[in-house]
Design a binder for this molecule. Structure first.
Ligand SMILES: Cc1cc2nc3c(=O)[nH]c(=O)nc-3n(C[C@H](O)[C@H](O)[C@H](O)COP(=O)(O)OP(=O)(O)OC[C@H]3O[C@@H](n4cnc5c(N)ncnc54)[C@H](O)[C@@H]3O)c2cc1C
Length: 396
């Protein structure tokens, strides 16, 4: 089978973007997803989308305005006693990087992307892969017992990737923290919470993030606290969360936090996992992308952004005249960007959750000094969308 015959496992953001990026290069991909309703597993929360990802999605023909994206003006960081610790002027992203910083309901952006990609790739929901053998002549076994022999296999199947298992035996690592999230109608909340601001409150052992999505109709809430798992070595991955214990834990936090928690009936909890950076993201005819390649804790809001960047870069590498050299370059670039963020996400939570003391004072001074966007240039000024050429919308 030809190497141009690309089989993608997973139709999350990474899988859909690589299929769209591959179509840009004149190729055709088949995308399998275990879920009968593609995107359902990622529904229920919001995403912060950085300027490079906005540029990629636009070139793939995704209309973010129609998907209810909110253009963010600022990120405000406050202590759990309400003190303002920092304000990042995200409204300047458009001018500085060419595209804005936006927030969106993840189900909305996923549906918009799926609608675009389904017209240029073969997306097959309800098709679970149970195992992958061999990376030089990969054999993919499906849940119904069929086997496939793709020319090129891309693992975009998330943090619990079956494809990754063919490259090595590593496991997801539990952080000891849970992220509890909910979408809350803004209509019943204090009016200023509808402003296009990403709000972050940090305190000892916990932090809270809130920002508007869905065209400003809903507030995405994420509360990160230590887990109370019966078995901390093997926690459940997700669970429904009663807000009452969170209300008690954060009872002396600012009014805004308490108002949002009071308005929530139920949250969805996710045990936060990542994995150690992998030395090789490719082997033979198999390549990994997105969370399958470099899953990271969500504390820098970069997992999906890196998934999208990596998908565009991997499509370019697969199309290169010297594919092996291009795949090596893909691995190096991902290691330096996503690998760095994997470790940075882990470290950042210790900083966010610091108790009172000299370390926290030093952190607060450092945050107060970060007034512009210059320190974010490496992250937000990454010109990955140029690998896509013209917009798919106009070439389709
Ligand atoms: C609370 C929280 C908040 C976050 N906030 C942000 C944020 O603001 N910004 C950001 O950039 N990132 C954020 N992230 C991270 C982001 O959600 C992930 O990094 C991103 O969704 C990864 O995309 P993916 O396509 O690689 O994987 P996934 O979204 O996990 O998609 C994997 C797909 O593969 C399918 N699949 C899995 N196994 C199989 C199989 N065996 N066979 C077939 N199909 C399979 C699944 O059904 C799924 O559709 C957050 C994460 C959490 C938990």
């Amino acid at each position: 089978m030809s190497q141009d015959d690309v089989l993608v496992v997973g139709a999350g953001l990474a899988g859909l973007v690589i299929a769209g990026a591959w179509a840009h290069r004149g190729g055709h991909a088949t995308v399998l997803d275990a879920s009968a309703s593609v995107g359902a597993s990622s529904a229920g929360g919001g995403l912060q989308i950085a300027p490079p990802t906005v540029a990629v999605l636009r070139r793939l023909g995704v209309d973010l305005d129609a998907a209810g994206a909110v253009v963010v003006h600022a990120q405000e960081t406050r202590a759990s006693d309400g003190r303002l610790l920092g304000r990042a002027p995200l409204h300047a992203c458009e001018q500085r990087y060419g595209t804005p910083y936006v927030t969106v309901r993840r189900a909305d952006v996923h549906a918009a992307l799926l609608a675009r990609v389904a017209s240029v790739a073969d997306v097959r929901p309800g098709t679970a892969v149970t195992s992958v053998h061999e990376t030089h002549e990969p054999v993919v076994t499906l849940a119904d017992g069929r086997t496939l022999h793709p020319g090129t296999l891309v693992g975009a199947d998330g943090i619990r990737s079956v494809v990754r298992a063919a490259l090595g035996p590593d496991r997801p690592l539990y952080s000891g923290l849970w992220a509890h999230r909910a979408l809350v109608p803004l209509a019943g909340l204090p009016a200023h919470l509808a402003a296009p601001v990403v709000r972050l409150w940090v305190g000892p052992g916990a932090h809270v993030v809130a920002y508007p999505v869905a065209g400003g109709r809903e507030l995405n809430l994420v509360v990160v606290v230590p887990g109370e798992d019966d078995d901390p070595t093997a926690p459940a991955w997700t669970a429904a969360t009663d807000p009452e214990p969170l209300r008690r834990r954060l009872a002396d936090w600012p009014d805004d936090v308490r108002a949002v928690l009071d308005a929530v009936e139920m949250l969805r909890g996710h045990a936060v996992h990542d994995r150690a950076p992998l030395e090789h993201l490719t082997s033979g005819r198999v390549a990994l992308v997105g969370d399958a390649a470099h899953p990271m804790a969500p504390f820098l809001a970069q997992g999906a952004n890196q998934a999208v960047e990596g998908a565009v870069e991997l499509a370019a590498a697969l199309a290169a005249a010297d594919r092996p050299a291009a795949l090596t370059a893909y691995e190096r670039r991902r290691a330096s960007r996503a690998g760095h963020l994997q470790q940075g996400s882990r470290r950042s939570v210790a900083l966010l959750h610091l108790p009172a003391g000299p370390e926290r004072d030093a952190r607060d001074r450092a945050w107060a000094a970060e007034t512009g966007l210059a320190h974010r240039d490496r992250l937000y000024g990454y010109p990955v969308a140029t690998l896509l050429g013209n917009a798919l919308a106009s070439s389709a």
